[in-house]
Ligand binder design. Structure first.
Ligand code: G6P
Length: 463
């Protein structure tokens, strides 16, 4: 691996994450097709020179690209053994750590930490070590290394041992579990995770709440956070990009198509999510049905436009959840739909232009996660909205800390309460809606991705 490692290591800013900025797909005829990803980190990094992004090869296409030496400057993909990666990513990161930080377990029956879990944990260590070694090889003297998320919690500690000269940061894009819930993890594993992140000079989070939860775990379990500084950087929406992109022709086309599906003189309740258990899409549909029951005046006059894009489909729980969303949407349409009205329009094929079209069109946006590190949909909708959009927002989303005042806030478990919030949002007068949307957009764009990243870099280099 990385046979051409002859040039001296010079990168001064390194970023490490499981998912990188580019994905390759392998065609039947053997051609490799590169697709650039979006997201806060991609735009955040665009302002930084002399950087290297270290990420994992995620599928056959990525692996083939590494083998052929195809790539792009500034990105190094690690071809970690496919089974090791699957254990670490599917087994530990997305089944255990994601579930712990988002409080997703049905605790009477799960989790079960047995020999299979220990085997997967060993893979998680191997996978983290591969990142630490690659970063140690690539980083120039005294470079800043920004390690991302729960996939790579052990990297800061491992990297510090290899390269004490580096400035190491860790950033969590998820919530952090409260200590009583974190303690579901076997004691030695919990300690290893905390010590791994505390190997960084600075550990940062999206909100004060998640930072405090992390400090709480460190204090109770280890007696403190040691020499590691703790920071908060609330990633905002990329206003310039969104305003420009949402006015392009393909978005206009999709707006026309959506208008057709919704029908004349109807309001829309829009949601856009990866189909993922923390997003609470099923309860959102229950709340919509409860709205149609409690306020039948909305029948024929509203359409729930729900985009639920497939995510982590290697895992049965995510596939089952996708199926549950689809069958509930079908059930609601069967129970309430008429010749001329489809109550739920569900789309599952990922299409960014169509998401933007829905943002522009929305009268109400429903963002009701059980728990969410930030939730950028809540921040993007007000920026893009054509005529003002009422936001129904879970108090358990990180975005609540910044947007709570002008949103209609819900407890995500309270279906009746969410139905009433939808009613209130649909009934909001145009003037109030426009005023709130303007204030929401201001709050949502306070820390654009580039600033968000540079702030972290500056804070890491201080002292
Ligand atoms: C969350 C995580 C990210 C992750 C993203 C998409 O936002 O914090 O680290 O990349 O979900 O999930 P995926 O498993 O497809 O990378």
């Amino acid at each position: 691996e990385h046979a051409e490692a002859t040039a001296p290591s010079t990168a001064q800013v390194l970023v490490a994450s499981n998912r990188g900025p580019i994905t390759y797909t392998l065609g039947e005829d053997g051609t490799l097709d590169a697709k650039r990803g979006g997201g806060g980190l991609v735009s955040g990094l665009s302002a930084v020179d002399d950087k290297l992004w270290v990420c994992a090869a995620l599928g056959d296409g990525d692996r083939e690209a590494v083998r052929r030496g195809v790539g792009e400057p500034g990105v190094r993909m690690l071809d970690i053994d496919a089974e090791v990666h699957a254990d670490a990513y599917n087994g530990i990161a997305n089944s255990v750590l994601w579930f712990v930080h988002h409080l997703l377990y049905q605790t009477p029956v799960e989790p079960v930490f047995d020999a299979e879990f220990r085997r997967q944990w060993a893979s998680y260590e191997t996978y983290n070590r591969a990142f630490a070694q690659a970063l140690a090889e690539e980083a120039g003297e005294g470079a800043a290394v920004l390690v991302q998320d729960y996939h790579l919690a052990l990297v800061p500690g491992m990297l510090r041992e290899l390269r004490p000269d580096l400035r190491i940061g860790h950033f969590s894009h998820t919530p952090w579990a409260p200590v009583d819930y974190f303690r579901l993890l076997p004691d030695d594993i919990g300690e290893q995770l905390l010590r791994g992140i505390l190997g960084a000079d600075r550990a940062a989070f999206l909100t004060r709440r998640w930072a405090d939860a992390f400090i709480g775990c460190c204090t109770e379990i280890l007696g403190g956070t040691g020499r590691t500084r703790i920071g908060v950087h609330g990633l905002g929406a990329d206003a310039d990009f969104l305003r420009r992109r949402s006015r392009e022709a393909d978005v206009d086309e999709r707006m026309a198509a959506l208008r057709e599906q919704v029908g004349e003189n109807r309001k829309t309740i829009v949601r856009v999510d990866r189909t993922e258990l923390s997003k609470n899409i099923v309860r959102g549909l229950h709340a919509y049905r409860a709205l149609l029951e409690a306020h039948p005046e909305w029948r024929e006059r509203v359409v729930h436009v729900a985009f639920a894009y497939p995510s982590r489909q290697d895992l049965a729980v995510y596939r089952d959840y996708t199926a549950a969303v689809q069958s509930l949407a079908t059930e609601i349409n069967g129970a309430y739909g008429t010749e001329s009205w489809t109550p739920v329009v569900l789309h599952v094929k990922d299409d960014f232009a169509r998401s933007l079209a829905a943002y522009r069109l929305a009268d109400v946006a429903l963002v009701n996660p059980i728990r969410d590190g930030m939730n950028l949909v809540a921040k993007e909708v007000p920026v893009v909205s054509d005529h003002g959009c009422a936001l129904v927002l879970s108090r358990e989303a990180g975005a609540y800390e910044e947007l709570g005042e002008d949103a209609i806030v819900v407890n995500p478990y309270d279906v009746t309460g969410t139905a009433e919030a939808l009613h209130e949002a649909l009934s909001m007068g145009a003037e109030e809606r426009t005023g709130r949307t303007k204030r929401l957009a201001e709050a949502a764009t306070a820390l654009p991705p580039q600033r968000w990243f540079l702030d972290q870099l500056e804070a890491l280099r201080q002292e």
